[in-house]
Design a protein around this ligand. Structure first.
Ligand code: ARG
Length: 462
């Protein structure tokens, strides 16, 4: 492939330099956006009389053919043509000669690449939102099956107060629905059309930017040409959104790793999402969960890398900005792989309700409820808290649970206790009475699950 003419430089770059600065190995994935953007640009140039209408038509027709040929695997890109923009233009010029050379009128690769990456990432955001929707649906349906599944709620990974698996799941529903909304918000700032910014100072041609914006389905056009070519905030923002998604997935994965261990046995990961060991015949390892947890680091890394790349750049375009792509592509690919694996893994996991309940019986998780019962009888909370604490001490001495202490022992620590206390500290009762909005009671979680179902079905997440 012969290089497009460049009058300023006399010496050809050596092949080492070509490989160093070429981005075709990774930006070729934007071929469709590049060609679609060029078609809109060419149509506008023709309509505005900037190039002859018939040239514009020939360019559009040939670009469509190139697109088909790329999709059919008939085109080989060349590192000497540097990037996707120059590759497409070079092929165009090879096919239609001088007419092809008119495409780049009133345009720079700086606004072209800004357009392509915005178009590409808009599609990525939409795809990821689709995957998030499926995850939210799965979480809500697991919650629906488990509104009565009592399990320990933890602080410091110590048994704290009883909750239900539904309540635990619904916590993640909230996190992922915020992640979803953040993607929608990021989409708005990505959905702005930069073509017409030129290299940095727009152009002297009478471009119709709004027509290009409309044809490409953007919400609006950028308002400042220097910002149009040098802004990569939206890429950072997407990387941050993806980092938070990974962080939430990773926390959940950490719990699945713990929960599937012999110490917890709350869940069993389906064989489809586990692996064996090459040496230990008995092993079933939660590799997929660990791998998602592990991949979180690379997504964070890409956010930090881009923020660092951008921090010292004077306006407007600098070649450093070519470094935006590999990281965000990798982060998008990573999240697009992790989300369906994770969703499938939780949909297929087996929940050991009895083990969850048995574990909830450990650690005196009903001690707060014993104190609360005293409060309901007029004992000040601090005194009630101390009495319940002493009762826990008595349990530890005797190696029994709170509900196994005879009533006399309760009354020794606080004479207000009556037989009613046993009902009040039953685990099911402890959960049932937490009816404050946002609480784990069946009433609260059933309502939330129904609300979520309405949102999921009513298009809130589409
Ligand atoms: N491949 C380049 C990038 O990704 C395209 C823009 C090149 N512009 C330039 N002035 N060298 O940023």
């Amino acid at each position: 492939m012969k290089k497009l003419s460049n009058g300023r430089l006399s010496a050809e770059a050596d092949s080492f330099t070509d490989h160093f600065h070429s981005s075709i190995s990774f930006d070729s994935r934007m071929y469709r956006e590049d060609i679609t953007g060029s078609i809109a640009h060419a149509r506008m140039l023709g309509r505005q009389g900037i190039i002859p209408e018939k040239d514009s038509e020939l360019i559009i027709k040939t670009l469509n053919e190139i697109l088909e040929d790329i999709e059919a695997g008939k085109v080989e890109f060349d590192v000497k043509a540097e990037d996707i923009h120059m590759n497409v233009e070079t092929i165009l010029t090879q096919r239609i000669g001088n007419v092809g050379k008119k495409l780049h009128t009133g345009r720079s690769r700086n606004d072209q690449v800004a357009l392509d990456i915005r178009m590409y990432l808009k599609n990525c955001i939409t795809d990821i939102k689709g995957l998030m929707f499926r995850l939210l649906k799965t979480i809500n349906s697991i919650a629906k099956e488990n509104t009565h599944t009592i399990m320990p709620g933890f602080t410091h990974l110590q048994n704290a107060q009883p909750v239900t698996l539904a309540h635990h799941m619904l916590a993640y529903f909230e996190m992922f629905s915020r992640d979803y909304d953040r993607l929608s918000d990021c989409f708005k700032r990505t959905d702005i059309m930069p073509l017409g910014s030129g290299a940095l100072a727009a152009t002297t041609y009478n471009l119709d930017r709004q027509a290009v914006c409309d044809e490409l389905g953007f919400a609006e056009i950028t308002k400042n040409s220097m910002d149009g070519v040098s802004d990569r905030d939206f890429v950072c923002e997407l990387l941050f959104c993806l980092s938070l998604i990974m962080m939430h997935l990773s926390r959940f994965c950490e719990e699945l790793v713990l929960w599937s261990s012999q110490q917890f046995r709350f869940i069993e990961i389906s064989d489809a999402y586990a692996t064996g060991s090459s040496i230990m015949p008995q092993k079933k390892n939660p590799d997929m969960a660990e791998l998602i947890r592990g991949k979180t680091g690379r997504v964070y890394g890409e956010l930090m890398a881009l923020l660092t790349t951008l921090k010292g750049l004077p306006l407007a375009y600098n070649k450093d900005m070519q470094e935006d792509k590999e990281g965000v592509f990798d982060a998008v690919d990573t999240v697009k792989m992790c989300l369906p694996v994770f969703t499938g893994m939780i949909a297929a996991m087996k929940i050991n309700k009895e083990n969850m309940l048995a574990s909830a019986g450990l650690g005196f998780m009903n001690a707060t409820d014993a104190a609360d019962w005293l409060v309901s009888k007029g004992v000040p909370f601090r005194d009630a808290h101390a009495a319940a604490g002493r009762l826990v001490m008595r349990c530890i001495e005797r190696n029994v649970r709170l509900e196994e202490l005879p009533i006399e022992v309760f009354r020794q620590e606080c004479p207000v206790f009556t037989e009613e206390i046993y009902k009040a500290i039953d685990l099911g009762e402890c959960v049932k009475r937490r009816t404050v909005p946002g609480g784990p009671s069946v009433i609260c979680t059933e309502k939330l699950i129904a609300d979520n179902e309405r949102l999921l079905e009513g298009g809130r997440f589409l």
